[in-house]
Design a binder for this molecule. Sequence first.
Ligand SMILES: Nc1ncnc2c1ncn2[C@@H]1O[C@H](COP(=O)(O)OP(=O)(O)OP(=O)(O)O)[C@@H](O)[C@H]1O
Length: 584
Amino acid sequence: MADRSERGPLAPTVTLRRTFREFWPDTRGMRRFFAAGVVFAVLAALCEVIAIRLFGHITDEVLTTRDMSAFWTPASAWLGLAAVAGVTSIAGTYATAVGAERFLLRLRDRVFAHLQKLSPDFAENRRLGDLMARLTDDIEAIEELMGSGLVKLVTTAASAVFFAGAAFFIRWDLALITLALFPAFLIASKVFASRFRTASATERASNGDMNSVIEEGLANQALVHAYNREASESRRLHRAGRGWLRANLRQAWLAGVYGPLMQVLETVGLIVVLGVGAWEIATGRLTLGGLLAFAAYLAMLYPAVQSLGEIALTVSEAAAGSDRVIEVLKVRPAVTDREGATPLPGRSRGAIAFDHVTFTYPGRKRPTLVDLSFTVEPGELVACTGPSGAGKSTLAKLLLRFYDPSGGRVLLDGIDLRDLTRASVRDNITILHQETLLFSGSVRDNIAYGRPDASTEEVMAAAELAGVHEFVKTLPHGYDSPVGQRGRLLSGGQRQRVAIARAILRDAPVLVLDEPMTGLDEATVARVMEPLRRLMTGRTTIMITHDLRHVPRDARVINLEPAAPPRAPVRFRRWASGAEFLTR
Ligand SMILES: Nc1ncnc2c1ncn2[C@@H]1O[C@H](COP(=O)(O)OP(=O)(O)OP(=O)(O)O)[C@@H](O)[C@H]1O
C-alpha cells in the first residue's frame, strides 16, 4: 500500500503591505521598546564613528610623528567611547528583546483566540502539527519582520548613513567613487530576496509537514503498533524531513553564495580606495591617518549595506511565515453572534424544536439534512437513531450552534438560536461526545472543567452520582491522580464516568449524548448506564445512538434517514412499539 501523503499546500502569498496592515496594530505598547532599541543601537554606532576618527587622529598625531604625549588623551577618549558603546549596545539589545517577546506573546494569544472561535471541525479538518507550527515558528518569523527586523533595518540604515557621512566628511570625491558600487549591492540583494522567499515558503510548509507527521504518529501510536506500521510512519517522517532538508539546503546555498558575492564587491571598493588614496597621499591632499580612517569607515559601511541586503532575505523568510498565519486568520468563524443577539433569559426550560431545517456543510454540494422538523418537550428523552452518515451528529452541532442551518430554524424555548448569544446557548446544553474528551490534568480538574469555581464537596457529590468515586479510591492520588494525555491513563468506562460527573456538575437543562456507549463492552455499558440515567433525570435529553438496545424504554425514538434529494417533507409515523420514525 502506498504511504499517505504528508505534503500540505503552500499558503497563498500576501504582500508586505498586507502583512504590516495585519500585524502592525499588535505592536502597540511595544513600540517604545523598539524605539529604545533603535536609539541605543544608533548611539552605539555613533560611538564607533567617533572612535574611528580618534584612530585616524592617533595615526597622524602619534604614529607618524612618534609623539607619545599626544597619545593619552585620544586613547582615554577611545576607551570611554568603547565603554559607552558597550553599555548602549546591551541596553539596545535588551529593549528590543523585551518588545519582541511581548509582541510574540500577544500575537500567539491572538492567533490562538482566533482558532478557538472557529468551528471545532476546523481543527479536526486540518493537520494539527501544521497548525502548531503556525502558532510557534511562523509567529516568530513575523516578529522578526515587525519587531527586531524593523529595529535592525532602522539601525543598520542609520549606521550606513553615519559611516557614509563620515567618509564624505574626509574625502567627498573618494566617497563618491566608492558609492558607485551601491547599485550593484542592491541589485544582488533584490535578485536573491525573491529566490529566498520561495525557498523560505517551502521550508515553512515542510516544517508544518514534519510537525504533522510527528503529532499524528505519536497520537495514534496504538494504531501504528497494532497494524505494524512503524516503518511506514518513520518513512513518512523521513520524507517530510527530506523536504525540509532540501528547502534548508536551498536557503543555505543562497545565503552562502550571497555572502562571498558581497565580499567581492566590498573588496573591489576597498582596493579602489587604497589605490586612489595612495595617489592622493603622494600628491599631499590626504594624510595617512585620513586614508586609514576612510578605509575603516568603508570597512564598516559595506557590512552595513550588506546587512541591509540580508535584511531583505530575512524579510522574505518572515513574509513566508506571515503568509501562513494570515491564511489562518482569514478563516471566518462559521457562526458569530448577530448584532442584537441577547442571552437566554435565565435557565432554559429545555424545549427544543427543529423547524424545517436544511443544512449543507461549507464546501459541500449535497445537503446533510433536508427539511427536518421535530420537537422535544422540556424534560423529554428522545433517542435519535439512523444509519451512519444520516446526520445525527450534525444535528447536535446545529443545536450547539457550531453551525447555523442553511434553511429553517433551530429553536430553544421557542427562540431562534440565532437571536441568542452563543455563550448562553452553550451554557444551557451539555454534550457527551462519542469519544470522551479529557484534558491532561487530574480527575478533579476534569470533573470541574465546566465549573472551575465548584467546591471540592460539589465535585465529590457529582463524582459519587457518576460512579467515579468507586474507582478513584483505587487510584494512587485519589482525585488528584493525573488522567494522562486525553485521559489515556483511565479505561474507556472510567473516562466516560468522569465525563458524566463533569456533566452532572455543570447541571445544564439540555443534554446531548452522541453515541456515549461507542467502544464500551456490555459489562462497562451496564456500569455506565446507571450514572447516565441519573444524569438524564429532569433534563431534556437527545440521545444519538446506533444501538436501540441502549435506549431506555420510555424514550421517544426518531429515526433519521440519509438525505437523498429530491425529498418529500418530513412527517412522523407511529411505530408499533410506540416509537416514532422520521420518514419522508
Ligand atoms: N465537518 C464536516 N464537513 C463536511 N462534511 C461533513 C462534516 N461532518 C460530517 N460531514 C458529512 O455529513 C454527513 C453526516 O455526518 P454525521 O457525522 O452527522 O453523521 P452521523 O449520522 O452522526 O454518522 P455516524 O453514525 O457514523 O456518526 C456525512 O456524510 C459526513 O461526511
